[in-house]
Each structure stands twice: as structure tokens, then as C-alpha cells.
Write a protein that binds this ligand. Structure first.
Ligand code: NAP
Length: 278
């Protein structure tokens, strides 16, 4: 298949590497010429340019720009596309993007490959990034069955697992497992920094795997964190409020020295956690 990838960063570049290795012809489009040159050198794209005209006969376009630029990018590429072209995106938030873009192009299907790293930019692109990860698609009532099947086939080419769901439910679910953890983890690091210098230095020297695991997502790309909060605001506020309630309950149990009740809470969580990590 001839596939256009617009926005050759971590996600766009990684998609290009894997889809090209599966025999697809990749047309890469990015904002900066230097990024296009790197894409060609690293085998991410067969052809690469800053000009949307290269997209004229692609069958699928995957928009991989930052969330804030997805709708405006879709608007800009539309005049260059064949009417049957499928447009999808990779944004970590789906409802506001799908609402806008499906009005602009009836063959727009929201997408979200659930894999990434803390790095950004084309130099962070890596092969097999999506292997074993979920790849969510959020069709609308206008979506054609065969278009969705073609996107599912792309996910399978990446060795990812395609999931189909409603855009709003996607945003609620990722708020719990992706956006809330970023805010909680960032708050953990920030709270530690409020310690006295002596204690802070000791804590930094003693920190090991537990702190590494719990602080990892809070120390990532700040731009991405702000985008999550801005574009998934309502769902994130809802999950943060429920998280705060649970934190208050734990504080109450500890203040009241209700050790058995606390053990019960921790026990339930120990059993529940593996279900999130299969
Ligand atoms: P990234 O590494 O920063 O790459 C984005 C690329 O888009 C940049 O290389 C840049 O190309 C181009 N770009 C930047 N600003 C632009 C603008 N205003 N207009 C047009 N193009 C622009 O970001 P990423 O991590 O790949 O994220 C891209 C998308 O994937 C986001 O929508 C994000 O929500 C989604 N996503 C990210 C992850 C993750 O873990 N990072 C996971 C799943 C989905 P130039 O180099 O040419 O300037």
C-alpha cells in the first residue's frame, strides 16, 4: 500500500520504519527539510518532503503531528488527496479530534497506537515500537467497514493489537491509565522537591527501582503532558477527583490507625493490578 505519514517524529518515524519493512511504500511529510532528509537516510520513508503535493495518490494518510496541529494538518492536506483516501491520526486524545476531523473528511478514522517512549523527534524513532501494544481505532457512523478493515490490517502489520471503541470511552479509559498517571507521577516528583536540602539529597541517593517505576511517566515530555490535560480536560479532572478521594481515604485510615482496613485496601489492589498489565 502507498501510505503517507505526516509529522516524522517519534511515532511517525517509528511507523515509517515498520510499515516500510512490511513492504508498504512510505511517503513522509514533515515541517522541516532536515527531518525529511533524516527520514530518507534512516530508511523511514521512500520519499520525503515538506510539500503536501507528494500525497496526491496515497491510499492512507497517518497524521502524526502533536495533538494541537492534527486538525489544522488535516485541513491543509485535504486539497491534495484523492477522495477515497483514508485519513487517520495517532493523537493520544480522540474525541475532540474525531469531532472536528470527521466533519472535514468523511473517511477520517481516529487512531491511537498505545506505545511510546520519553523521547521525541525523528532521532527517537525505533523499529518494533508497537509490537504487542494496543492500537485503538474510533470509527464513527460514517465509517466504511472496508476502510476500518484496512486500518486494522496496518495495526496487524505492526504486530500491534487492533481495538475498536467509541472516541469518548477511549478518552475516559486513557485518562485512567495514561493521563492521570502522568499527573500523579509529576506531583510525586514535585512533592519530593519540597523537602529540606539534606533530606532531599539523601532521598535522591537512596532512590531505587520503586521510585524509578513510580516517577517515570512524570519525568517525560512536558509538552505532551500539557496536551493531555488540555485536550482531555474533562475526563482528566474527573479521574483526578476520584484519585484525590481515594488518597483522602488512605490518609483517613492512617490517621485513624485503621491498619486492618488499610491492609484490606492494599490487598484488593494487589489482586486488581495484574488485570491492567496483561
Ligand atoms: P514528536 O516526536 O515531537 O514528533 C512530532 C513531529 O511533528 C515533529 O517531528 C515535527 O516535525 C512535527 N511537528 C511538530 N510541530 C508541528 C506543527 N505545529 N505542525 C506540523 N508538524 C509539526 O511527537 P510524537 O511523540 O511522535 O507525538 C506525535 C503524536 O503522537 C501526538 O499527537 C501524540 O499525542 C501521539 N502519541 C504520542 C505517543 C508518545 O508516547 N510520544 C504515544 C502515542 C501517541 P519536524 O521535525 O519536521 O518539525
Amino acid at each position: 500500500m502507498k501510505i503517507g505519514i505526516v509529522g516524522l517524529g517519534l511515532i511517525g518515524g517509528s511507523l515509517g520504519l515498520d510499515l516500510r519493512s512490511q513492504g508498504h511504500q512510505i511517503i513522509g511529510i514533515s515541517r522541516q527539510d532536515v527531518t525529511c532528509q533524516t527520514a530518507l537516510k534512516q530508511g523511514i520513508a521512500d520519499r520525503a518532503s515538506t510539500k503536501f503535493t507528494l500525497l496526491q495518490d496515497v491510499e492512507i494518510v497517518i497524521v502524526c503531528t502533536p495533538i494541537a496541529a492534527i486538525a489544522s494538518t488535516v485541513k491543509q492536506i485535504i486539497p491534495h488527496l484523492h477522495p477515497d483516501t483514508i485519513i487517520t491520526d495517532v493523537g493520544s486524545v480522540k474525541y475532540p479530534i474525531v469531532e472536528t476531523c470527521s466533519q472535514l473528511w468523511s473517511n477520517f478514522i481516529g487512531g491511537h497506537p498505545m506505545a511510546g517512549t520519553a523521547q521525541s523527534g525523528i532521532d527517537a524513532a525505533q523499529a518494533n515500537l508497537f509490537e504487542g501494544a494496543a492500537y485503538v481505532f474510533t470509527p464513527t457512523e460514517k465509517t466504511k467497514f472496508e476502510d476500518l478493515e484496512r486500518l486494522k490490517a496496518i495495526a496487524l502489520d505492526l504486530n500491534a493489537i487492533p481495538y475498536i471503541c467509541d472516541a469518548q470511552i477511549h478518552d475516559r479509559a486513557v485518562s485512567w491509565i495514561s493521563h492521570l498517571p502522568v499527573m500523579v507521577s509529576a506531583s510525586l516528583i514535585k512533592a519530593c522537591l519540597q523537602e529540606t536540602p539534606e533530606t532531599l539529597e539523601l532521598a535522591q541517593n537512596l532512590a531505587s527501582s520503586g521510585f524509578r517505576d513510580t516517577s517515570r511517566v512524570g519525568g517525560g515530555n512536558p509538552e505532551l503532558g500539557v496536551m493531555m490535560a488540555k485536550y482531555n480536560r474533562a475526563e482528566l479532572l474527573r479521574s483526578l477527583a476520584q484519585y484525590r478521594d481515594n488518597l483522602d481515604q488512605v490518609i483517613n485510615l492512617i490517621e485513624g490507625e485503621k491498619w486492618q482496613d488499610l491492609e484490606q485496601v492494599l490487598d484488593i489492589n494487589g489482586e486488581a493490578r495484574p488485570k491492567f498489565l496483561n
